[in-house]
Design a protein around this ligand. Structure first.
Ligand code: C2E
Ligand code: MG
Ligand code: MG
Length: 460
């Protein structure tokens, strides 16, 4: 019995210690010693029952990944420990902070006014920057803050901890990576945007399967003799309820969740189908431009898929112009250079879209195998068409010509702009002045058969 007693005691102790260890793991962040999300979420309902005004704050760093990669994990860990200390020191009695995950931290603070919260966040940001990551590098740590204000007189019963945190997260996401304006408060606009996003995401797969995405075409004309050069494919989402949605509404959401790759592949296929159809019907064949999102630049599989599609419809890849926006090209130049080279080798025509809207450098034009440059609409503004502006646009066009790159102006809306572009010898134009984007059958009837470009019955 005595032996049994000892054994029992031994096992009891073992279990107790394990339980304590588990408790630490379950409720504490090992690296920083801060509470973890689990602890915070468990305690939050009780805190929210107090009739105080709170600010639920979520904070992260922009470029923490870079810190890890550039300075090493050790330095990254020290920084996280420093941040935990800063947050702890900046809390008032009764306030809480926790480490959410990676470089995300959360705080529940008493709320007095927006100004007061903002100045507290600025102080925290400053204190975080007191930390020197590496003695011979002056690296500034940028933080973003998302704040959800929870008023004491709101009915708290319906506000779950998840909702409190989620509001702060949505606010944080709205300023993620924004260094000039790093603090956002959760409001009606952010709420509405999030609601819209969920709605879009719940419908997009079915919409693609049901053929709700339509290819519209907008013609591009040679400015010299106004004959048809090609058409740009622009997507329209015609939903079941008969409402037509424009790309600006849903493309940013698709880019965020990755669905854009499916849509772009679909649009590419629609364009190939159409070109092959025109060939069979004996039209003089016109190329179609398809917009391509940034995502496909990171995945080699796309190149194979592109190949498969043009093969399936047995068309010349040069009849497909791939439009890549300038911002993509500039953000990852080496990768983009390589992919564009491959696409070019496969025979596709590559166009740089929205040139001049971002940080493009004329210098990169020589490195990229592009055949076409689409000048951003901005080049048709008052400023750009002034005598000085004209010199700038003119020299871009001259430079492009010397590099054998075709120039396209988009967004031509009036005669004056057309004359301006002609005067500086821009090659091709597109815009409402000629025609708006239209459904494919309208394009066939009005443009391919239209007065500007007679279809040649035996064009190929
Ligand atoms: P983008 O490629 O620069 O397309 C040109 C946009 O300018 C189109 O807007 C077109 O309707 C509009 N536009 C054409 N002429 C004029 C004009 O004279 N005046 C004005 N004010 N606007 C003109 P849209 O169709 O709303 O497309 C917006 C953007 O959405 C496109 O800009 C493109 O970046 C993106 N997008 C459209 N379809 C697709 C797609 O299938 N895939 C991807 N990844 N992006 C797409
Ligand atoms: Mg485009
Ligand atoms: Mg454009």
């Amino acid at each position: 019995f005595f032996m049994f007693g000892i054994l029992f005691f031994y096992i009891y102790n073992l279990l107790k210690r394990e339980h304590e260890a588990l408790n630490i793991f379950a409720y504490q962040d090992i690296l920083t010693g801060a509470d973890n999300r689990n602890r915070f979420v468990t305690d939050l309902p009780a805190l929210l029952r107090e009739p105080a005004d709170y600010a639920m704050v979520l904070m992260n760093m922009s470029g923490f990944k870079f810190v890890n990669e550039f300075f090493g994990f050790e330095k990254g860990n020290l920084l996280l420990q420093h941040i935990a200390r800063v947050l702890e020191e900046n809390l008032a009695q009764g306030e809480r902070y926790y480490r959410d995950n990676a470089d995300h931290f959360g705080m529940l603070l008493y709320y007095k006014s927006r100004e007061e919260i903002i100045s507290r966040m600025k102080k925290i940001h400053q204190d975080i920057n007191d930390h020197v990551i590496s003695p011979n590098q002056d690296y500034r740590i940028n933080c973003n803050f998302g704040i959800n204000i929870i008023q004491g007189n709101e009915p708290r019963m319906i506000l779950s901890p998840d909702a409190a945190i989620n509001g702060a997260l949505l606010a944080l996401n709205s300023v993620n990576g924004n260094t000039s304006n790093p603090i956002a408060f959760y409001d009606e606009e952010i709420h509405e945007k999030a609601r819209k996003k969920i709605e879009i995401e719940s419908q997009m797969h079915a919409a693609l399967a049901n053929g709700e995405f339509h290819m519209y075409l907008q013609p591009k004309y040679y400015l010299g003799d106004q004959t048809l050069h090609s058409a740009e494919a622009l997507v329209r989402w015609c939903s079941e309820d008969g409402v037509m949605h424009y790309p600006d509404e849903f493309i940013p959401v698709f880019e965020e969740n990755g669905f854009i790759t499916e849509l772009d592949m679909y649009m590419l296929e629609e364009a190939c189908k159409k070109v092959s159809c025109w060939m069979k019907q004996g039209y003089q064949v016109r190329p179609i431009s398809v917009n391509q999102s940034r995502v496909f630049f990171y995945d080699d599989e796309y190149l194979d898929k592109f190949h498969d599609i043009v093969d399936r419809y047995q068309i010349e890849p040069s009849l497909i112009i791939l439009e890549v926006t300038e911002s993509v090209a500039m953000s990852n130049l080496d990768q983009v250079k390589m992919v564009i080279k491959k696409l070019h080798k496969m025979g596709f025509t590559i166009s740089m879209d929205d040139f001049g809207s971002g940080y493009s450098s004329l210098n990169t034009l020589k490195d990229l195998d592009i055949a076409e440059l689409k000048l951003d609409r901005e080049f048709l503004s008052e400023q750009s068409t002034s005598p000085k502006g004209k010199v700038v646009v003119e020299s871009i066009i001259r430079l492009a010509r010397e590099l054998s790159i075709t120039t396209v102006a988009e967004g031509i809306e009036n005669e004056r702009q057309l004359e301006f572009l002609r005067s500086i010898s821009c090659d091709i134009g597109q815009g409402f002045y000629f025609a708006r984007p239209m459904p494919v059958d309208a394009f066939e009837n009005k443009v391919l058969h239209g007065p500007l470009a007679e279809p040649k019955p035996d064009g190929n």
